[in-house]
Structures are given as C-alpha cells and as structure tokens.
Design a protein around this ligand. Structure first.
Ligand SMILES: CC(C)(COP(=O)(O)OP(=O)(O)OC[C@H]1O[C@@H](n2cnc3c(N)ncnc32)[C@H](O)[C@@H]1OP(=O)(O)O)[C@@H](O)C(=O)NCCC(=O)NCCS
Length: 474
C-alpha cells in the first residue's frame, strides 16, 4: 500500500473517530451540567474529618492534582482536561506525559517522549527471562506481574547494594517507622534505579526529558509493560515476541507486537482512545495498592507490580470478559427481554452496569459504545453482540436508570471493541494494565513528594483474657 493511501486512511479514521467522540461529548454536556463544584475540590485542612465506610470507602487519603471523577455528573478529568477532549484531540503518549509531568508537552518534548517510549519497548533480555517460565499456561495477569518484576531486576542496582540501609529500615517495628520520609538523599527507596546504566551502549536519550531516576523508571514501565503484555499474548498463541515498528504509535505498536499484523489506521486510533480512557481513575483499588507499596519506600517497579495484582481481581479489572460471556449467553436482541426478566427474578447483577462512583452515564461508556458500533459493523459475531448489548442497555436503563442510577460502565462496550480487533478475552485485563501504568506511576510519584506511609486502623472486635490451652487438651 502506498504511503499516500495510508496517510489518507489515517486522516479518514482520525476524522471519523473525532466526530464520534465530539458527538458523545455533546450528548454528555446536554444531559449533565458542566459547572465545577469548588466545594468538592478545595484544598483540605489536615487532619480532615470525613465519613468513612468499610474498606476505607469515602476516606480522603491525600490531595492530588492528577485526575478527577465526578460520579454524579459523569465527569472524568485528567490534569484539568476533559476526557472527551483528550480522546478527540490527543494521543495516549501525550496523555501519559500529561499525567506524569502535569502539563502537555511542547513539540520537542513530545517527539523526545515518543522516541523514549519507543526505545524502551525493546526489552529483549526481560522477554528472554520471561520465556523461561510457562507463560502459555499462566494467568496473563500473573505473567504480566512476573514480567514487570523481571524488568525491575534488569533495571535496578543489584538489591545487595543498599543492604545496610535496608537492614536499618526493616529492623524497626512497623509502627515506629517515621511516618514522613521523602525518598531523597540517604532515605531513597531501598532499591536504586540505574538510568545511567540503562543508557549504556544506546544512543543518548533526548535530554529535554531529563528528570529524576524515578521518572525514567516510569518511562521504562509504561513502555515495558506494553511489550510484556504483547509478548504474553503471542506466547499464548505459540508465537515468538516481535519488536516494535518505528513508524507506529504506542497503541499501534502494542497491537502490532501482539498480533504480528500492522493494525489498520482505524484499529490504531480506536486502541489509542481505549488506552486514553483507561489511563487514570481516581483512588481505585489498583492505584491505591501501588501507592501503599510505594509509601513504604519500596521501589516503583514493585509498586506497579502491586497495581497489576490488584487489577487482576474480578471485582476490579475483567468485568468486560463477563459482559462478552453474558451477551453470548443471551444470544440475540430478541432474547434480551426474557433473559433480563429472569435475571431480575434471580436478583442477578447485570455485568457492565453500575459503578461504585458513577451514578450517571459513565463518560467512557459514552465513547466506547459508538466505537463498538463502528467496528462491529464489519464483523458478524461482534455485530450480533453489539445489537444484543444495545437492546440490553435499553431494558436495564429503563428499569434501573432513574430509579437506582444504574447505567452502562466502561466495561459494557470495551469487550466488544476488543472482540472486533480479534483480541482474545483473557487478555482484556492486560490491556487495562498497559494503559493504567501511566496513572499508577503519576500518582505514586506525586504521593512520594509528600510521602506518609499508609496506616489505617482496624477496630479489634475479638475477645480478651483467653486462657492458653495446650494442644493435647484442646
Ligand atoms: C460495580 C458495582 C460493584 C458497584 O456497586 P455499588 O455501587 O456498591 O452498588 P451496590 O452493589 O450497592 O448496588 C446498589 C443497588 O443497585 C443494584 N445494582 C448495582 N449494580 C447492578 C447491576 N449491574 N445490575 C443490576 N442491579 C444492580 C444493586 O442490586 C443494589 O440494589 P438494592 O439497593 O435494591 O440492593 C456493581 O454495580 C456491580 O456489581 N456491577 C456489575 C459488575 C461490573 O460491571 N463491574 C465493573 C465495574 S467498572
């Protein structure tokens, strides 16, 4: 295909997707008001008083400038920018920079950032190490976490290096560790990063991006997790990993390294939007898990590994897989009413509906719905799934929308989008992780600037004065 044709197709795909997103934005703006609520975002005086539910629900743990979710209005904002605008006009690379650095990059910085991410997608040694494990038989999220740990080992000093410091830290009782410890000077995270060694033998990195070693590690993680996720997908299919292509975007390269086929401009752009949509979402469980681990002054690779672990649970990542199973089970739009009546009688939760935070239409679903429609039009199985999903949405929203504020969430249409790209369902959660690494990293770095080790309480409700009975008398 000539480069003119490719350019033309890219422009057409871009226009088409941008139009869809702007229409979704229009609808969102019509349905919910767009006035900021200063009371909800004002700086707090510490210590703060708030109502806390079990599992820390509602607790305010820190201040953050990274992202904002207003569940009752259906807003999602990264660093002040509306998610609809970012999806319409930006790219995942730019959003990752924005989340990490707090502002949009200048042209030179953006080029340098893209080059840096591209270079850091080359992780042949980590891939080789990973392939010495039975990746094809492993849960893909377990393999992703393993791969992230292996990447860490490659990119940090040998753990022994700071043995003395580590000994001092873990010798103390956990409650006597100073609560506020910034990871600087002597009290850096226990394992140090080696950005200088990383660059050995490689062309020097563009110096417009010079930052801390921690930021350099974030670049490794954002690029590396995508390569590892793609490697896992390929190995599961009995194929060998492939290198990224220099002319593809981050999203395009993720798809290329996964499938071995150059994505169409439409697929590349849709995946880019999917990555933008999943990049950050407040203090969700995986973000919190990463922050808790980082707050002990563990290192950022281990912190991100915890995020991957938390995301692997079915209550967090993975509902989109269940959505596809459910839509397949329903079978067709005509079968929706009967299926839904039975689900209501059994008090079954409908997968892909409802959200802990959103009590309005999830803005991510507003974008993913029409993208699923666009892609599904080309595919027999997916177009049936999509038609069934639309019929189900109508029924569920009619019965629970007003009454219980139950609307489609991000997972309702994302599975159909991935299905259209022929990505196996068991990899869906790894795509979520590929994107969310940017949010995890940004929030960890922000939190470490004013670090305070996390230490909530549990209320002891057990007994006292139990008499110890020797085992033979029990
Ligand atoms: C995400 C979820 C856990 C949020 O839960 P929550 O905010 O704690 O809401 P609750 O579970 O307390 O539900 C509140 C009410 O709405 C109902 N409800 C919530 N989600 C529902 C769903 N998906 N289908 C049908 N009813 C639902 C509950 O039955 C409950 O009704 P009740 O008041 O009569 O008991 C929940 O909506 C759910 O399980 N959804 C399906 C799984 C899913 O899509 N997860 C991905 C989330 S991104």
């Amino acid at each position: 295909m000539s480069s003119d044709t490719t350019r033309q197709q890219t422009a057409t795909a871009d226009d088409q997707i941008t139009r869809i997103i702007l229409e979704a934005r229009e609808q969102a703006y019509q349905e919910t008001d767009h006035e900021p609520e200063p009371g909800l975002t004002a700086k707090v005086e510490w210590p703060v008083t708030c109502t806390v539910g079990p599992g820390l629900e509602g607790a305010i743990a820190c201040e953050s400038k990274i992202g904002y979710v207003n569940g009752s209005k259906g807003w999602l904002i990264y660093r002040g920018y509306d998610i609809f605008d970012l999806c319409a006009y930006s790219s995942y690379e730019e959003v990752a920079f924005l989340l990490l650095h707090g502002r949009l990059p200048k042209a030179r910085e953006f080029d340098a950032f893209k080059t840096t991410l591209f270079r850091r997608m080359y992780i042949p040694e980590t891939q080789r190490l990973l392939l010495s494990f039975p990746v094809q038989d492993m849960n893909p999220m377990a393999a992703l976490r393993l791969g992230t740990n292996l990447m860490r080992q490659k990119q940090t000093y040998r753990d022994r290096q700071l043995e003395e410091e580590r000994g001092r830290l873990i010798a103390t009782d956990e409650d006597s560790i100073p609560m506020e410890t910034r990871p600087t000077g002597k009290r850096r995270p226990v394992f140090q990063f080696i950005s200088s060694m990383l660059r050995r033998g490689a062309a020097p990195e563009p110096d417009v991006l010079v930052g801390s070693d921690e930021i350099a590690s974030c670049y490794n993680l954002i690029a590396g997790v995508a390569s590892i996720a793609a490697t896992i997908g390929r190995v599961r299919e009995g194929r060998i990993p492939i290198e990224p292509a220099p002319d593809l975007s981050f999203a395009g390269n993720y798809l290329y390294m996964l499938t071995g086929r150059r994505p169409t401009p439409l697929e590349e752009r849709v995946m880019d939007v999917c990555l933008i949509l999943h990049a950050d979402h407040g203090m969700n469980a995986s973000t919190f898990a990463s922050m808790v681990v980082a707050s002990t002054l563990s290192d950022i690779y281990l912190a991100i590994g915890s995020g991957i672990s938390a995301l692997s649970g079915p209550l967090h990542g993975g509902a989109n897989v269940e959505v596809i199973k459910m839509l397949d089970e329903i079978g067709s739009p005509g079968a929706v009413s009967k299926w839904y009546r039975a689900a209501q009688e059994e008090k079954k939760k409908v997968m892909g509906f409802g959200h802990r935070v959103y009590k309005a239409y999830d803005p991510r679903a507003r974008i993913l719905g029409p993208l699923a429609k666009l892609l599904a039009a080309e595919s027999g199985h997916a177009s049936k799934l999509y038609a069934t999903a639309v019929a189900l949405e109508k029924e569920v929203v009619a019965s629970l929308g007003e009454k219980k504020k139950i609307f489609p969430n991000v997972d309702f249409y994302s599975g159909i989008v991935y299905e259209c790209m022929q990505i196996p369902a068991e990899l869906y959660t790894t795509i979520f992780a590929v994107s969310r690494v940017a949010g995890w990293c940004a929030r960890v770095i922000e939190y470490l600037a004013n670090n305070r080790i996390f230490r909530p309480r549990a209320i002891y409700t057990g007994s006292f004065n139990e008499e110890y009975v020797p085992v033979e008398k029990r």
